[in-house]
Ligand binder design. Structure first.
Ligand SMILES: [Zn+2]
Length: 260
């Protein structure tokens, strides 16, 4: 089993404990995700110290205001490290207004360029505002990715859009990663989406320390908990846990060049 998206540096327990707990339940590889210069550096450090951990470096849309050439150059430089296997998380977040939409788009486009030059997959965060204008972040991001990310391996992390969008993403060859929110009682639509994604494009993740799955909901999340999410996704797809494990482990190994 794998966790395709965690923020180990933001978790309270040290990475050693998180990795050991994950191993005990069969989670053998973790992609830890940077959000800004400091967390990118920390993620690379954690990746170097733990053979189970690989790294994505990027700049989160919520802090995209002020993202400049220097910030982009640092990501590109870190991306040359052997433990870095993806760029992100980047994307669009219209739920929070800490960064203008223009700044988010600029940072997103810059990271698409880095992923292309480094030959690395792109980890995409999408979050919509509620109420009027709901769906715009997903619509804008899909349009931008369709226009500019051709040929890149795209991963829609913490997929939270409609089943129709999951089908559209799969049609474009983008990977769809499900997080703890797929396990919540009211997430019927997300489980429907999880059933629609073809095997070769499916991933699971924790987004630790956020979004703990139902059995541990309300507590800080940890990579070991990806097993709960995987169980629910397996059930939604009408397959057993072992089958789901094999599918997502193979996909992550291919995308992030994980061996063993
Ligand atoms: Zn994240």
């Amino acid at each position: 089993m794998i966790d395709s998206h965690a923020h180990l540096g933001s978790c309270e327990p040290p990475p050693e404990a998180l990795v050991a707990d994950a191993r005990r339940v069969g989670v053998e590889r973790i992609l830890t995700i940077g959000l800004d210069a400091a967390s990118n550096r920390e993620a690379v450090r954690i990746g170097r110290e733990h053979p189970e951990v690989f790294v994505a470096v990027g700049h989160h849309p919520n802090s995209a205001e002020g993202f400049d050439g220097e910030a982009a150059a640092l990501i590109e430089e870190l991306a040359a490290d052997e433990v870095v296997r993806a760029i992100g998380e980047t994307g669009l977040d219209y739920y929070r207004d800490r960064a203008s939409e223009e700044a988010q788009v600029r940072a997103f486009e810059a990271q698409i360029g880095i992923a292309r030059r480094r030959g690395l997959p792109l980890v995409v965060h999408l979050r919509d505002s509620a109420g009027p204008g709901a769906g715009r972040a997903v619509a804008d991001a899909f349009e931008l990715l369709a226009g500019e990310a051709d040929g890149l391996d795209v991963i829609l992390h913490c997929f939270s859009a409609t089943p129709e969008r999951a089908e559209e993403a799969a049609g474009r060859g983008w990977h769809v990663s499900f997080a703890g929110n797929v396990t919540y009682p009211r997430s019927e639509e997300l489980r429907e989406a999880a059933a629609l994604v073809p095997d070769r494009l499916l991933l699971v993740e924790t987004d630790s320390p956020y979004l703990a799955p139902q059995p541990v909901r309300g507590r800080p999340n940890a990579p070991a908990n990806v097993t709960h999410t995987a169980e629910v996704v397996a059930a939604a797809r009408g397959v057993g846990y072992e089958r789901l494990d094999a599918v997502v482990t193979e996909n992550a190994a291919r995308l992030f060049r994980w061996s063993g």
